[in-house]
Design a protein around this ligand. Structure first.
Ligand code: FMN
Length: 193
């Protein structure tokens, strides 16, 4: 167990999101049969288990957003740490300026089974989602989607759990260009009295 710090230091309130940030960063894909795009999304979380539902916070000015409105679908691909540069690229450049971000950042389209948008082949897992509710937050929207289908790399996901014995390094976003990687599962025990 870590030693308790002598005295904790204040954190500026606009920085507090960073303390919660390091969930998994994902690549969200959008598109129809003619055109597609993808972007990095850190602000994501599961909100229901069965049927699976996911919430994503999406900026409404992003090139990707009108695709979500129009198609009501999106893909979520989960990169490992080896894809950090590509993730940063997809999250730094708009599809308005770079029409094919897949090609620009060395990513391959993987056809989906239930949605028209492609998935990202290099990622360790891919979810196909249908939007069920959008909460308008002004400049951004909280997009709630149901998971329709999911696949994962069997080296790194066994019976629906991440396993780390084949060198998996999950990718978490801290802020800006800073990420961290996790590569170990720990099993906790409820302390005995
Ligand atoms: C690591 C990372 C995480 C990001 N997370 C989010 C997010 O949670 N929600 C969001 O709307 N934008 C997020 N962004 C910003 C978009 O990915 C970025 O503006 C992207 O270029 C938009 O692409 P588009 O205009 O092609 O849709 C993130 C960017 C980076 C680099």
């Amino acid at each position: 167990m870590q030693d308790a710090p002598l005295e904790k230091i204040p954190v500026a309130l606009p920085d507090t999101y960073r303390l919660l940030n390091p969930g998994l960063v994902v690549l969200v894909t959008v598109g129809d049969r003619e055109t597609d795009n993808l972007l990095a999304v850190t602000w994501n979380m599961p909100i229901r288990k069965d049927p699976g539902m996911v919430a994503l916070l999406l900026g409404k000015r992003h090139h990707s957003y009108p695709f979500v409105e129009r198609t009501g679908e999106l893909g979520i691909s989960i990169p490992d740490a080896s894809l950090a540069d590509a993730v940063l690229g997809c999250g730094s450049v708009s599809g308005r300026k770079v029409p094919d971000k897949f090609a620009r950042f060395g990513l391959t389209r993987q056809p989906a089974t239930r949605i028209k948008a492609p998935l990202v082949s290099e990622c360790i897992a891919n979810l196909e989602c249908r939007v069920c509710q959008v909460v308008d937050l002004g400049a951004s929207a909280l997009v709630l989607s149901q998971v329709l289908a999911a696949v994962a790399d069997p080296r790194h996901v066994k019976k629906g759990h991440y396993v780390f014995d084949d060198g998996l390094r999950l990718l978490h976003h801290l802020s800006g260009k800073r990420f961290c990687a996790s590569s170990e599962a720990i099993t906790a025990q409820v302390p005995r009295r």
